[in-house]
Design a protein. Sequence first.
Length: 136
Amino acid sequence: MTERSFVMVKPDGVYAGLSGEILSRIERRGLNVIAVRKIIMDRAVAEEHYGEHRERPFFGELVDFITSGPVFMLAVEGEGAIVALRTMMGPTNPLEAPPGTIRGDFALEVGQNVIHGSDSPESGARELALHFPELS
Ligand code: IDP
Ligand code: MG
């Protein structure tokens, strides 16, 4: 089924010069990148984006980090896009991520794990409406 996902290279990934590498991996997989934007995310938008984690002890740190520098945001569409991208990213904890995955190749810490990707079609729709309202 054709799905849409919101993908974001986090500030650590942008700082490490990984935006192009990650865009390239997504394109080479055969997924369709329908929009991109590089911005520093507003704090209020970051709190909304990570709303499901509001009660977690790391929430403040997470919002501080995601607003600490530019992020490279992508709207991605394709067959099974959500699972395809989550598989390419690897698990949340980079130490559990196999080589060949983005986190397994480029990250070591759960708090600085290089990439975000929507975890379900519903999250994809919510996150794309938040960050790419012009696509709705
Ligand atoms: P995901 O990014 O793989 O979907 P989530 O559980 O949705 O993982 O968590 C969102 C982000 O919050 C993670 O990517 C990670 O950067 C951060 N995070 C998750 N758990 C922890 C933690 O225990 N300590 C610090 N940061 C965490
Ligand atoms: Mg998540």
